[in-house]
Design a protein around this ligand. Sequence first.
Ligand code: CAA
Length: 255
Amino acid sequence: MNNLLISNRELITTITINRPKQLNALNISTIKELGKAFNNLQNDKNTRVIVLTGAGEKSFVAGADIKEFSNYDNKQGTDLSRSGHLNLFNLIEDFPKPVIAAINGYALGGGLELALSAHIRVASKNSKLGLPEVSLGVIPGYGGTQRLTNLVGKGRAMEYILTAKMIGVEDAKHSGLINEYCELEDLLPTCENIARKIIKNSPRAISKAIKCINASLKNESGFETEIEEFGKCFQTDDFVEGTTAFLEKRKPKYN
Ligand code: CAA
């Protein structure tokens, strides 16, 4: 992987997008590498939570690589968006293991869309978020119009996208765009704390919960999906362990 750093500790895998000179802008090869990295982690026993961040102290990801697509025609633009949706952004949203975006600076355009695909967002105080695409004559192309609206509601999404403004962490926390914010040096420890809380729980139940929460946002029958996935939990090893531990008044042990 030329554009990523990947490390693993205590069941947490950290993926760092490593193009700091370009503020970690998402070029096509980085998108491909990210897709490959996520696919590799799907069945990795040492990975229960993924933390996604950017290299350096200035930027998470400053957007899709403008240099790369500035000469694209309609078809190339459509293909860029469609392949991004299919190969990375939907993959992260539907990933069966929790993905936490550790936003360490600019999260703009495709960078914010990447964070929006993650399940939880934590930002450092220096972060600036936004979907500035309309300022470039384009619109968010990696799911931003849908995921931002789902997260913060139509009114705020209209404001953020149409003004193309940079959003500070207080505004972002207030609108629900991020879950929390902290000092830059506390960013990864804060994400790891959240990850550790998640890891105490049943991984199979967690992947089912992610699927059901996402189903409610996809015009699918979220309730029906919930009923089916709820039923599938029964008789799993985790369900047996979890309920047995409760009845025996001890903490469950999942692996
Ligand atoms: N694409 C390509 N290169 C980028 C980039 C991007 N999105 N963002 C930053 N860079 C590059 C700059 O071109 C510059 O490279 P060079 O040194 O080779 O010129 C380097 O990163 C450092 O950037 P700046 O000198 O601009 O740094 P700054 O501190 O002055 O400004 C910034 C920081 C405000 C984030 C500014 O870089 C900026 O506005 N970037 C673009 C943000 C943006 O519009 N993102 C949306 C992209 S469109 C999109 O994402 C479409 C989609 O939905 C699919």
